[in-house]
Design a protein around this ligand. Structure first.
Ligand code: SAH
Length: 385
């Protein structure tokens, strides 16, 4: 057996217990010690070193904003990156942003949702989104995704009930690492987050959604939550707002969601719609949106899937920095939702939490990087859908 000093310590973040045990075995560490170390990291928040190594980057920025349900906390962790493409402009780090959002369930129970980032920046270029403005810096590894959960649980000391991939980045641009992170987070021997408590949100990369279609048929993956950021009532508007729509249009998106519905046993899919005055907030837009949602609306006449399989989340637009558009008024939001309801759409109004700290949807992004980001994105980055 190797002496302790000869062991190369391993970070279990991003690994399942089985993967960690296999990595430990290569260092001559037995399964018993590996399991104890794994439990230490995920259940008690401590590293038995070696074999476990736990290096959690410092929180360099932290904002709290009181909301009705409690306090929204945004924390930013900084990882050194000497090879940063803006290193010559003095940026030699990556900032990873995460947000803890308090919620109140129907039963009145308080829960916390962690909004994680899957990338630093984003390559998708959506016009209304803050993160898009900084471009893609890099994709995160599975351990860097899981580390955000670990920080919420053991540094912020807040128990996380749900995890949404709605922070910085497009999860489908980094799907291997996102799926690895989810496998780790849901491991019964470790973090023990329920699969049904995790939601991947996407701009609508149909190739990625096809992979998810296969993935949810794997044992343990059936309850993975899914959200689609639709944000528009028709292709003309969607292609202007979200460049990805030029590659996969709304008809293709509708079809993949219909196919997903079959393999997901009618489980609801969340459709996100950021309501932007002057862009997609007219009543006729509500009519068009309802028509697109038709396959996901309850239909008494059909026996199969007679429930609602699409839940529409209307998100009042949070103006990004230098935004050409305002936030919608309460009346605009109400009128839009009312109109959707007359078509039988199942609608949820997402209240804005964390607008002041730029922690709300689509407001994550480092101003510092945006200001210095004079380097044009390479074609590879802008077109990597
Ligand atoms: N790339 C993924 C996940 C990150 S965005 C996706 O697009 O789904 C998470 C959500 O924030 C998306 O639904 C997006 O439409 C929304 N969003 C982006 N910018 C916003 C803004 N300025 N105001 C409100 N919501 C915004």
């Amino acid at each position: 057996m190797a002496r302790a000093t000869e062991i190369e310590p391993i970070s279990p973040l991003g690994l399942t217990l089985e993967q960690f045990k296999a990595a430990c075995a290569r260092e001559g560490v037995g399964p018993g010690r590996a399991t104890t170390a794994y439990h230490g990291v995920f259940r008690d928040g401590i590293a038995h070193e070696p074999p476990a190594r736990l290096v959690i980057p410092e929180i360099v920025k932290r904002h709290e904003e009181p909301v009705d349900e409690g306090v929204t906390i945004k924390f930013v962790q900084r990882l050194p990156n000497p090879n940063h493409r803006l290193a010559d402009k003095g940026i030699d780090f990556d900032d990873i942003e995460s947000v803890i959002i308090p919620m109140k369930g129907r039963s009145g129970r308080k829960t916390h949702t962690l909004c994680v980032s899957s990338q630093v920046g984003c390559a998708m270029g959506c016009d209304f989104c803050e993160t898009a403005q900084m471009g893609l810096m890099r994709s995160l590894r599975a351990d860097e995704i899981v580390q955000q959960w670990w920080t919420a649980e053991f540094i912020e000391k807040i128990h996380i009930d749900n995890i949404v991939f709605m922070g910085m980045g497009e999860p489908m641009d980094n799907l291997d690492e996102v799926l690895k992170a989810i496998a780790c987070l849901t491991d019964h021997h470790g973090a023990r987050v329920a699969m049904s408590a995790i939601t991947i949100s996407t701009v609508g990369r149909v190739d990625g959604l096809r992979r998810i279609e296969k993935q949810v048929q794997q044992p343990g993956w059936g309850k993975l939550g899914l959200a689609l950021s639709l944000n528009a009532p028709n292709d003309e508007i969607r292609s202007k707002l979200m460049p990805i729509n030029k590659k996969w249009d709304m008809a293709e998106l509708q079809q993949v969601l219909i196919d997903l519905r079959e393999v997901r046993g009618g489980r609801k899919i969340m459709i996100e719609y950021v309501l932007i005055p002057g862009v997609n907030a007219e009543l006729e837009h509500a009519d068009q949106l309802a028509a697109w949602m038709k396959p996901f609306i309850r239909d008494e006449e059909r026996e199969k899937h007679s429930g609602h399989t699409g839940l529409l989340n209307v998100i009042p637009y949070n103006p990004r920095r230098d935004s050409p558009w305002p936030a919608p008024t309460q009346e605009q939001v109400d009128a839009f939702i009312q109109r959707l309801m007359t078509h039988g759409v199942f609608v949820n109004r997402r209240r804005t939490k964390g607008r002041d700290t730029m922690a709300a949807c689509g407001q994550l992004g480092t101003a510092e990087i945006r200001r210095r980001n004079l380097v044009p994105l390479t074609t590879n980055q802008t077109n990597n859908a």
